[in-house]
Design a protein around this ligand. Sequence first.
Ligand code: ZN
Length: 266
Amino acid sequence: MTYVAPYSEIAESLHQFTSERTDRCKPFSVGTTVQGREILGLRAGTPGKPKLFCVAGQHPHEHAGMWGVLGIADFVSSLLPEAAALRDQLDVFVVPTVNPDGNVLGRNAFNAEGFDMYQAFGDNPDADLPEAHESRLLWEWVETEKPALWMNFHCYTGWRLNSEYPYDGWYEVEDRTLFSDPAQRQLYAALCDTMRLETDGPSTHERASIHQPNTLCYQFAKRFDLPHAFYEINNGTAGKHLGAQRAIHVLKRVTNTLLHYVQYDE
Ligand SMILES: [Zn+2]
């Protein structure tokens, strides 16, 4: 079963949060898609604190990932004590649908130009910029804002070698020397420990799946020393509520690790 997450509903929920919780969050935008749709986000936290960038929807039919990140937007702008503590310590930017055109057009894995935003560099991992217009907007955002970490949620449907119904999965880069700064390398190793020991990512397989060199995860690591947490929710067992619960759990564990190492550095 698929619990569809339409762009219109995601946008409406984001608008509701940012208009009703003005003391805790505000809207922001990564830019405009090929077809003129706004790539909407919610910002919550303290300017000047380490930035966390949290996205879903590179593959626009992966609905549980988008519901998950909408849940994160709800959580980080909520009245929960843990959310208030996170807002004091981080500046969080949440974008549940980075590929609105693909979502509205009903694309499987592509944007309006026919590019895959996950395999963002296509056949040329060494290109200056990723292929899709919306991937380039993400690239520019990261280059300008220099987040401390980005979280990327996907999901899958059915059964795969690396992910077995009804469970979740996770991905890593294999080569940790992609991170040139030893402190970033250690942070990434700690984040991989977090995903392995504290989330349900390994529920499908003993080892993480591997990001190839043509992905944003890989190139952000290599070129910007930017670590990621990449989690794949099972679309068949996680609708709006369970997708959100799983994503919020991953967020809590990953930010716990991030804050330890960020504070450790200071
Ligand atoms: Zn995907």
